[in-house]
Ligand binder design. Structure first.
Ligand code: VG1
Ligand code: CO
Length: 542
């Protein structure tokens, strides 16, 4: 039986950079999740009888919402739901399942790196048939619908057993519970030289992966420990837990510090990696060398042909605007396309579908390619292992040789988390108001050449996205970018991105914060960060 439930709109169901993210108590309000799910269905056309993929990062409230999605999909006329066993699907694995089984789309339950638990964060995002995040045209429609919604449809059936693999029927719709790992692991094996990586590991290279109590544990164990022969225990914090074991599953120098310190210790592992809550981001560390995500993108692109899946070469590179220009130099040398998009993976989808870009990356520890339509943490880890195995060199050597060839982009992001929203908006508005007067102004040796508010026109569908970050470009190519996060759930998070290009190899050994000190001071001077936020220092520096 289908229940048609009367409801009234909730304020603020506006998807951000990556879906709708709110605290669990907000999502747990009567009708809240249902309203948003129905708003997604109401914004789509032509899914009758088609397949919907559902899965999440295993965080608190994951199973409850999966049951709602299944029952609502049945009531709304989907023909089938494919769901990961235990409700688990990493974001890249979900993207792969959507593509492989030609599903109509998918609903992924995750708040990524945000902490999980009864009072922490939850999230819902919709991915389209190409496996990628819904474009703004759809997310805007979902939001508009959520503001006028008056009913939702849900089948009145028992909860589905999510733990047994197999197919069952609920209210005339098929539900297939699938192995969440197998398809993804097979895809990785088809892209990378597993024999070479296995031989390298057997030869004594010590590799560790920290899954941070989040979704990549089962994937990393299957691939690294089972298929590549790394000793048991190489994958740490490998069981996905509803509260991530209290971890903040953000793979950066602050939250993955234990792993970082271990790799840096004299007899620690040779290579370490960490991933985020939903498995789409990664941190790469080698002995004596932390690889910035922007450099990781550039180095993967420059060495892409060592991996069998990319042996024919890459057609182009895309990066988000705040990501450093390191990849631009690689694209230039290779004579391939280079695209600069707003922050968020949804902006890469059209470029990947059109074959204009093969690899994409964001400074926020996200890298990926046209193998799926999401960023992919383990993919990046395997790409690095493939490069190490092929070049028979360590991470530090590879990075230093890359800088010597292309120059080094010193780069850092300073986050000011949970600042007062009015103060953050005021800071951005002040910068916006100053755009015309900024060029020509100086701060010590730095002179502003140009300043703008980044806008993007998609080359395929010609959609325009405005207000994507304030850029202050200095003479000589250094820059500072300001933008507000679109993934937080409390107050506002100000992100300040600082970059300087240094061609001279003799100057590649400077500490990053030191190399950027004058630009960091200039960011405070022009952005009035301390005065407006009341903060003396960033909460997180990456
Ligand atoms: C952040 C990152 C962005 C990333 C997004 C989603 O967005 O900066 O690069 O695509 O998170 O990633 P924002 O708006 O907070 O800066 V994830 O792994 O949280 O889904
Ligand atoms: Co993520």
């Amino acid at each position: 039986m289908i229940n048609i439930v009367p409801t009234t709109p909730f304020e603020g169901q506006k998807p951000g950079t990556s879906g709708l993210r709110k605290k669990v108590p907000v999502f747990a309000q009567t009708h809240y999740a249902e309203n948003f799910i129905q708003s997604i269905f109401d914004s789509l056309e032509g899914f009758a009888g088609q397949t919907l993929v559902v899965g999440g990062d295993g965080r608190y409230y994951n199973r409850e919402v999966i049951q709602k999605v299944i029952k609502m999909a049945a009531a709304n006329g989907f023909g089938k739901v494919m769901v990961g066993q235990g409700g688990i699907l990493s974001t890249p694995a979900a993207s792969n399942v959507i593509r492989k089984y030609k599903a109509f789309g998918g609903i992924i339950l995750s708040a990524s790196h945000n902490p999980g638990g009864p009072n922490e964060d939850f999230g819902i995002k919709y991915n389209i048939g190409n496996g990628g995040p819904a474009p703004e045209k759809i997310t805007n429609a979902v939001y508009a619908r959520s503001q006028v919604i008056d009913i939702y449809k849900i089948s009145d059936v028992e909860d589905v057993d999510l733990d047994s693999i197999g197919t069952l029927d609920i209210a005339g719709m098929a539900v297939e519970v699938i192995d969440p790992v197998a398809d993804y692991a097979d895809l990785m094996e088809s892209l990378f030289d597993f024999d070479a990586i296995r031989a390298m590991i057997a030869g004594g290279t010590r590799v560790v992966v920290d899954s941070m109590g989040a979704v990549t544990g089962p994937y990393a164990r299957e691939i690294l420990e089972k298929r590549l022969g790394a000793p048991e225990g190489s994958v740490r914090n490998a069981t996905p837990l509803p509260d991530f074991g209290g971890h903040h599953p953000d793979p950066n120098l602050v939250h993955a510090k234990e792993l970082y310190d271990d790799v840096m210790s004299p007899d620690g592992p040779d290579f370490g990696a960490a991933s985020d809550g939903d498995g789409d981001r990664n941190m790469i560390v080698g002995k004596g060398m932390f690889v910035t995500p922007s450099d990781s993108l550039a180095i993967i692109a420059a060495n892409a042909t060592v991996a069998p899946g990319y042996a024919k070469g890459i057609t182009g590179i895309a990066r988000s605007m705040p990501t450093s220009g390191a990849a631009d130099r690689v694209a230039e040398k290779m004579g391939i396309g280079m695209y600069e998009t707003p922050t968020g993976w949804k902006f890469f989808g059209n470029l990947l579908d059109a074959g204009m870009a093969t690899v994409c990356g964001e400074e926020s520890f996200g890298t990926g390619s046209d193998h799926v339509r999401e960023k992919d943490g383990l993919w990046a880890v395997l790409f690095w292992l493939n490069i190490l195995a092929a070049r028979k060199q360590g991470v530090a050597e590879i990075v230093k040789e890359h800088w010597a060839e292309y120059g080094r982009n010193y780069y850092s992001r300073h986050d000011y988390e949970e600042v007062d929203s009015d103060a953050a908006n005021g800071l951005m508005q002040h910068l916006r108001d100053s755009l015309i007067s900024l060029p020509g102004q100086s701060f010590y040796d730095l002179t502003i050449e140009a300043a703008d508010d980044f806008a993007y026109r998609d080359p395929i569908d010609e959609s325009i996205s405005e207000n994507q970050g304030i850029r202050i470009l200095f003479e000589g190519g250094s820059r500072v970018v300001f933008r507000l996060s679109g993934t937080g759930t409390a107050g506002a998070t100000l992100r300040v991105y600082v970059e300087r290009y240094e061609p001279d190899a003799d100057k590649h050994g400077i500490d990053t914060q030191e190399a950027l000190a004058d630009l960091i001071a200039a960011a405070d001077h022009f952005g009035e960060i301390k005065a407006r936020t009341g903060r003396d220092a960033p909460s997180v520096i990456t």
